[in-house]
Design a protein around this ligand. Structure first.
Ligand SMILES: *Cc1c(COP(=O)(O)O)cnc(C)c1O
Length: 354
């Protein structure tokens, strides 16, 4: 970066830090004292501000509320033992932010505005970053349409904002999952690859049904035949099958995760053969039966590495090997944490220091 963003800062005079219970941090419910906000008006991004976290006034006619021009990102900041703070691979999220924007007919946000706005909010709320193991500061950048106009057309004005909040581990147990064979998260030609708000709205009902049936998560499958695996809830899905790291190749129905990319890079370095390809439900279940499926997990920023313990498919239950015996995901989780918290050297340049 050559120039720094010109940000107007209004400090929060009423900090809620002292009242926050850092031993009890359910995901996404606690917000730090400040947030970043900017406007897209007249074809450019302007009014870069950091203001106290709180309500903002908006017209009830804004197009984001009616036609869903809204999307987000998710990344994390970590506090190292020496007090230094890093954000994990923010340029990857910046790149994806613009892929989402393009698909939803929304304006591009220069990558430097994305990364610097994040650096600025993380910096001002450094005291909010937990120092406990497995804890971090979750960062939520998002953009939404603000034209107060009920016609179905792309908005001319938008807001870009960044919220942050301390979080603990997302899933603490091994997951019991169900292969979804009725509903779809996304379709070919759709926008499953974007972190579009609407994708998550569509996933809520099938996810709730699965929870009512006693499952923690869904394995999404292709919308045509429900024969090929796509994702695990809002995380990418990865397997160790026949000793190889196997994961669905990204396409327009699958979100291209930063965690997924990181896992693939590490696996290759560790000498594993990596296959990014179509993965059928049949081969996953066959592997569960014959013991060749020795690891299965979801990979994402919020969930990190979430082990799958049991898989249900059309009434049949398949039990996988005990997570305590999974060398790959154990090593993965440990290495990822050690890199993010600066315990081992960051040889890939993944940590963006604040
Ligand atoms: C955010 C997300 C992921 C994981 O992406 P990361 O960059 O690793 O956090 C995977 N799938 C879906 C549907 C997501 O929303």
């Amino acid at each position: 970066m050559t120039e720094t963003l010109d940000i107007k800062i209004t400090k929060n005079q009423n900090s809620s830090l002292a009242q926050t219970d850092f031993d009890n941090l359910p995901f996404g419910q606690t917000f730090s004292d400040h947030m970043f906000i900017a406007d897209y008006v007249g074809g450019e991004w302007k009014n870069f501000q950091i203001i106290p976290y709180g309500e903002i006034g908006l017209s009830p006619a804004i197009s984001a509320l009616h036609y869903g021009q809204a999307f987000f990102e998710g990344l994390k900041a970590y506090k190292h033992a020496d007090g230094k703070v890093s954000v994990f691979r923010p340029y990857k999220n910046a790149e994806r932010f613009n892929k989402s924007a393009e698909r939803l007919c929304m304006p591009e946000l220069p990558e430097e505005i994305f990364v610097q706005s994040i650096a600025a909010v993380v910096d001002i709320d450094r005291a909010w970053i937990p120092s406990k193991a497995n804890h971090s500061l979750y960062i939520r950048p998002f953009m939404f349409a603000t034209d107060p106009y009920l016609g179905v057309q792309p908005s001319n004005t938008y807001k870009y904002m960044v919220l942050t909040g301390p979080v603990g581990p997302y899933f603490s147990k091994t997951l019991r999952v169900k292969v979804e064979t009725v509903y779809s998260r996304s379709t070919e030609g759709g926008f499953g690859f974007a972190k579009a708000a609407g994708n998550y709205a569509g996933s809520l009902l099938p996810a709730r049904k699965a929870v009512e049936e006693g499952f923690d998560q869904l394995i999404w499958t292709d919308s045509k035949d429900h024969a090929y695996i796509e994702e695990l809830g809002a995380a990418n899905i990865m397997f160790l099958l026949d000793g190889k790291l196997v994961t669905p190749s990204t396409r327009d129905t699958i979100l291209k995760g930063v965690t997924r990319d990181t896992v693939i890079a590490l696996a290759k370095e560790w000498g594993y053969e990596v296959e990014e390809r179509r993965v059928s439900v049949a081969e996953m279940l066959e592997g569960a039966k014959n013991g060749k499926l020795t690891d299965a997990f979801g990979a994402g920023t919020a969930a990190t590495i979430a082990s799958i313990g049991e898989i249900e498919h059309e009434g049949q239950l398949y039990k996988l090997i005990d997570p305590s015996q999974r060398e790959f995901s154990k090593k993965l989780l440990k290495t990822l944490e050690e890199i993010k918290y600066g315990i081992i050297p960051d040889t890939h340049g993944w940590n963006y220091m604040i």
